[in-house]
Design a binder for this molecule. Structure first.
Ligand code: SAH
Length: 217
């Protein structure tokens, strides 16, 4: 069962979590504000109520995880979201990252390859507050050609390399934030599509994500 009550205790823990993430180096006030607003415990089973505001990843079923808040903040900051940016997210999972993006003012198009996780989000009443998020069941490697091009693309699973089709769905000037690497550890990269179509690549810190897998399940 999911919790539905957001108590003063939860709010206090959330404030502490936000301070922790700030101390770890996140500087975007908009991102920190989003983390301090969103009831992360709603995205987890009530069994996790005591620990929901620790800066850790947790299981959400189907061998998947809700990302660590610091990681969510890190990717969100690199994406430099502006109001009404069209953002494509690969790997909806718990939908926590999608809600952070929506709080930043993005129009979010998020894809999940696992039917059970996709269906769980359809039943998740809290998400009704976010009409700016559109949920899709499909293979993220294909992107969403019908809704392209996007201002921003965020990949929340480890990709062995930059998915070419997704680069094709970026606007000129658009950015992709993606953890790249085939092993346990990936490098966070930011790819910018220049106006002449060439790509600029910036490399940031190391992270550890669950792998991006081809096809639906
Ligand atoms: N953004 C999530 C993190 C989820 S973990 C959150 O905030 O909780 C990564 C997710 O990516 C998993 O749910 C996994 O099923 C999904 N995934 C992996 N490969 C995918 C693909 N090719 N297309 C869409 N989703 C994928």
């Amino acid at each position: 069962m999911r919790p539905t009550e957001d108590s003063y205790r939860h709010k206090g823990l959330r404030k502490k979590l936000t301070d922790t993430i700030r101390e770890k180096g996140i500087t975007s006030e908009e991102v920190l504000q989003a983390i301090s607003q969103i009831p992360r415990h709603f995205f987890l089973d009530s069994a996790f109520d005591e620990v929901a505001y620790e800066d850790r990843a947790f299981p959400i079923g189907e061998d998947q995880t809700i990302s660590q808040p610091y990681t969510v903040a890190y990717q969100s900051q690199l994406l430099e979201v502006k109001k009404f940016d069209k953002v494509l997210e690969i790997g909806t999972g718990s939908a926590y990252q999608a809600v952070v993006l929506a709080e930043l003012g993005a129009l979010v198009f998020t894809i999940e390859r696992q039917k059970k996780l996709f269906d769980a989000n359809k039943q998740f009443a809290f998400l009704k507050k976010y009409p700016a998020i559109k949920f899709f069941y499909g293979d993220g490697y294909e992107g969403l050609p019908t809704y392209a091009p996007f201002d921003k693309v965020i990949i929340t699973a480890a990709a062995p390399e930059i998915p070419a089709k997704l680069v094709g769905q970026m606007k000129p000037g658009g950015m992709m934030v993606i953890p790249v690497g085939a092993g346990e550890i990936q490098l966070m990269k930011r790819i910018t599509k220049l106006d002449d179509g060439n790509l600029k690549e910036e490399v940031f810190d190391r992270f550890s994500f669950v792998p991006m897998v081809e096809g639906r399940r």
